[in-house]
Design a protein around this ligand. Structure first.
Ligand SMILES: *[C@@H]1O[C@H](CO)[C@@H](O)[C@H](O)[C@H]1NC(C)=O
Ligand SMILES: *[C@@H]1O[C@H](CO)[C@@H](O)[C@H](O)[C@H]1NC(C)=O
Ligand SMILES: *[C@@H]1O[C@H](CO)[C@@H](O)[C@H](O)[C@H]1NC(C)=O
Length: 461
């Protein structure tokens, strides 16, 4: 349970630092109210004198205005947190404030504590904390007019030092990502660990490997091999979590993608897809396959050589696996479109040698002929029967992407023609509803355009 412990410690450090940042941001913009410092943290070991001072002060002296995303009027006596937008209403002469859009920070007050939280992300990154500290320091450099103000600023000084210490402590804790990964890998690799402990270790690793550096750490620590090996596990929770870690580690991380391919991950993933497994396992495996193939023509060629399209065709037609169909089609569609976009970009980059190499690599990925061979010209139309708009949209886009190869088969498919005219009617009506609600370029309009495009292109010679 060491990782949990570390996380708790980290969270504690973080919340202390956050609390201080919040406090200081408020102070920094409230020159006349050093009483903001009356807010204290119970667990801190302030000296006796300071504690008395802190307790004696009335925290209600400072009225902090918490901006929302709407402009609101605030009174001259009120303090406004840093990062807020403040303006003067020329008609009323009143000052108005709203929350800074970029920050997405929410300010809170609870008794005599106050602080802020980031509403975009559940936690602050060390970078955001440093930014906050920097902003506050910049605020400190403002010219100070009176002695009272100077005292106010001086009164704020010690806590800044404390804040810095917290930042350092936080930095030290931040540097333990590698240590945390080592511990998790040990927990996972330890024969004494229960399956549950191993799964927990994998899920915590999954959280860490989203970061590019940590993905690479996973490789250098020998974790990639452990994870690939775990795909072979007999326990479905281990299989599933291993696929999840793998997928997250390779996402947008080319060097890790290469390592995973070289480590034989694709073969193992395809085996999992080709053999009877619970749908929840296959979902994670499909995620890992998609992440592994993305922007990686070598892996895509490999996928074709290993019979990946056939594996997906069989899975697509497996009774009970209907919920996987959209995911499967997405993997294929993304590959088709990726290659198409690369060759379009080629027009302006014909002299760039790296681009030439990329084109060469994608030229080796010959997906469309394999899709035709494996029956996808008639499999994709089946998805149009889905009641879900998203699924129909994906199907229509894929049908259009395969038009050149599949046109003859499309034309000979009476079910497809029937589906298209049915969808055309449905979406024409839905578009009217959308327009009644004032939406001109709505989602249904987008789908209708795809249906229309299909109908027109199928009528071409
Ligand atoms: C597993 O547990 C046994 C007995 O508690 C202990 O002797 C051994 O060192 C442990 N192995 C590992 C790898 O921690
Ligand atoms: C996993 O454990 C084995 C022995 O139990 C060890 O040889 C191997 O280095 C460990 N791998 C990692 C990545 O910790
Ligand atoms: C993993 O699974 C494959 C196919 O199921 C099998 O051939 C291989 O021996 C297994 N490897 C290990 C290390 O269990």
């Amino acid at each position: 349970m060491m990782p949990i412990h570390i996380q708790k410690k980290w969270r504690l450090g973080l919340s202390i630092a956050l609390w201080l940042v919040g406090l200081h941001l408020i102070c920094a913009h409230n020159d006349k109210s050093p009483t903001a410092l009356s807010i204290k943290e119970g667990s801190d070991d302030h000296s006796k004198g300071e504690e008395t001072l802190l307790e004696d002060e009335d925290s209600e002296d400072l009225e902090v205005f918490r901006p929302t995303d709407k402009w609101q009027t605030f009174k001259p006596g009120q303090a406004v947190p840093a990062g807020s937008h403040v303006r003067l209403n020329l008609q009323t002469g009143q000052r108005e404030v709203k929350m800074g859009e970029a920050e997405g920070l929410k300010y809170w007050r609870d008794g005599n504590r106050q602080g802020m939280m980031n509403t975009h992300n559940p936690s602050f990154t060390a970078k955001e904390l440093k930014e906050a500290l920097k902003k506050f320091k910049e605020g400190m450099d403002d010219p100070v007019e009176t002695k009272q103000d100077k005292d106010a600023v001086r009164a704020q000084f010690r806590p800044i030092e404390e804040l810095k210490k917290d930042m350092e402590a936080l930095d030290m804790l931040m540097e333990t990502d590698v240590q945390a990964m080592r511990r998790l890998l040990n927990q996972f690799n330890n024969t004494n660990s229960t399956t549950e402990e191993k799964v927990t270790a994998l899920l915590e690793l999954e959280y860490l490997v989203h970061q590019v550096d940590n993905g690479q750490n996973l490789v250098s620590m020998g974790g990639m091999q452990l994870v690939i090996h775990a795909l072979n596990s007999t326990d479905i929770h281990l299989q599933m979590s291993a696929a999840f870690v793998l997928g997250s580690a390779v996402s947008s991380n080319p060097s890790v993608q290469v390592e995973a391919i070289e480590g034989g991950a694709l073969q193992k993933l395809l085996t999992l897809l080709a053999t009877p497994r619970p749908t929840m396992v296959k979902k994670k495996v499909l995620f890992a396959v998609a992440s592994l193939l993305r922007h990686f023509p070598f892996a895509q060629s490999h996928f074709l050589k290993l019979g990946g399209v056939q594996v997906l065709s069989e899975l697509f037609q497996t009774p009970g696996a209907e919920s996987l169909r959209v995911r499967i089609i997405t993997v294929l569609y993304d590959m088709i479109i990726e290659k198409e976009l690369i060759s379009q970009v080629g027009m302006d980059l014909t002299s760039d040698s790296s681009h030439q190499e990329r084109l060469r690599q994608y030229a080796e990925v010959s997906l469309l002929p394999v899709l035709v061979e494996q029956g996808w010209c008639s499999l994709v139309p089946e998805l149009l029967a889905s009641p879900e708009h998203d699924c129909r949209e994906k199907a229509l886009r894929t049908l259009l992407a395969m038009m050149a190869q599949c046109q003859t088969q499309y034309k000979q498919n009476p079910a497809l023609t029937a589906s298209l005219s049915e969808l055309q009617k449905q979406y024409q009506e839905l578009v009217l509803t959308e327009q009644d609600l004032g939406e001109q370029d709505g989602y249904f309009g987008e789908i209708l355009a795809l249906v229309d495009s299909m109908v027109i292109k199928m009528q071409l010679v």
